[in-house]
Write a protein that binds this ligand. Structure first.
Ligand SMILES: O=C(O)CCC(=O)C(=O)O
Length: 325
């Protein structure tokens, strides 16, 4: 049927309705007439659904931020352990952020990042280990041969061709390309010397967790667990390495881990900026920052503080780190 046929039938319907004594407003109130006179277009319906979804999302997020709901225990009550599905969502940082545990906003009392040296294990334990208070230990890497030995070439030679670290398919071997196009550590080590040294191409920044046990043995010959950690706090056996060229670093993020991180600056200088988590925005100072010099160790709870980094030296930055708890 074409449009004019519809129009004729509609006019006929209206005439008959009037003849039956219905007023125009009564005719317009008939549902089928309403649909013809002001049809709700599809995009309006889609917009309505989108607005509804957005509102529900905002309400959940606000309730979460203000500690009204705890997604972890809410899911636990219906028998779902969300830490088990965490790996599925790890790459979706926004979702991972929603599943992180609450942060106790007592970190808002922290007014800056201390720089200290020669701290005893007892004092470290008392003041920094589990307090959420970030600290730089300026003699943290004292006596480590890593300071002389570690370089791009050192790591390139460390991993033999069939090392699981050179591929990204092994789940244990995490590789963070940040904003580069590298797909594996193997590709990083294949870059040209000019790209490596920042003579050509874009700056680069990558990180990886060592999952090669023979490489781990070699690495640990050049550094130990930091002197201020007690044996019971013992560092995890996973080493994290971050490396990159000047002017680049990690974007702002928060980690889905449950242990405190330490990171030693082995080469170059890197600025760390910390932001409180959103649930503490209104109570906390907006941010803290510090520059790690070669030989410094930074201790920070990266699951409490949003953090980003920037290499501020003219030379490449290399850091190595792990976790304790
Ligand atoms: O060292 C960096 O640049 C980033 C480290 C980091 O983001 C982390 O340990 O979570």
């Amino acid at each position: 049927m074409d449009l004019s046929t519809y129009q004729r039938r509609y006019d006929l319907f209206v005439r008959r309705a009037r003849a039956l004594g219905l007023s125009d407003s009564e005719i317009l109130a008939i549902p089928s007439v309403k649909r013809v006179v002001s049809p709700r277009s599809r995009w309006k319906t889609a917009l309505l659904v989108a607005a509804l979804v957005l509102c529900v999302g905002v309400v959940i997020e606000v309730q979460y931020v203000y500690h009204v709901i705890d997604l972890k225990s809410t899911f636990a009550r219906v028998g779902v352990d969300i830490s088990e599905i965490q790996c599925v969502v790890d790459n979706f940082e926004f979702i991972a952020d929603m599943f992180r545990p609450y942060v106790d906003c007592s970190v808002c009392n922290i007014t800056g990042i201390d720089r200290i040296s020669n701290i005893s294990q007892r004092e470290f334990l008392r003041k920094y280990a589990y307090s959420g208070r970030p600290v730089v230990i300026t003699d943290g890497a004292r006596g480590w041969s890593a300071l002389d030995k570690f370089s791009f070439e050192f790591f390139k030679e460390l991993y033999v061709p069939d090392s699981p670290n050179l591929e990204t398919t092994d789940r244990e071997c995490q590789f963070f390309p940040y904003q580069t196009k590298f797909e594996s550590l193997g590709e990083v080590f294949n870059m040209s010397e000019d790209r490596r040294d920042g003579v050509v191409g874009e700056p680069w920044y990558i990180g990886w967790s060592n999952c090669d046990s023979s490489a781990s043995r070699v690495l640990r010959q050049h550094y130990t667990a930091p002197y201020f950690l007690t044996r019971t706090m013992e560092s995890s056996k996973t080493d994290w390495i971050f490396m990159g060229s000047p002017g680049y670093g990690a974007h702002l993020h928060i980690d889905a881990i449950d242990r405190t991180s330490w990171q030693a600056q082995i080469k170059g200088r890197k600025e760390w900026t910390l932001e409180p988590p959103p649930e503490c925005y209104f109570e906390c100072p907006p941010l803290h920052s510090t520059i790690l010099e070669t030989g410094d160790i930074f201790v920070v709870e990266t699951m409490k503080w949003f953090h980003k980094t920037l290499i501020v030296s003219n030379e490449m930055s290399i850091t190595i780190g792990s976790e304790f708890g």
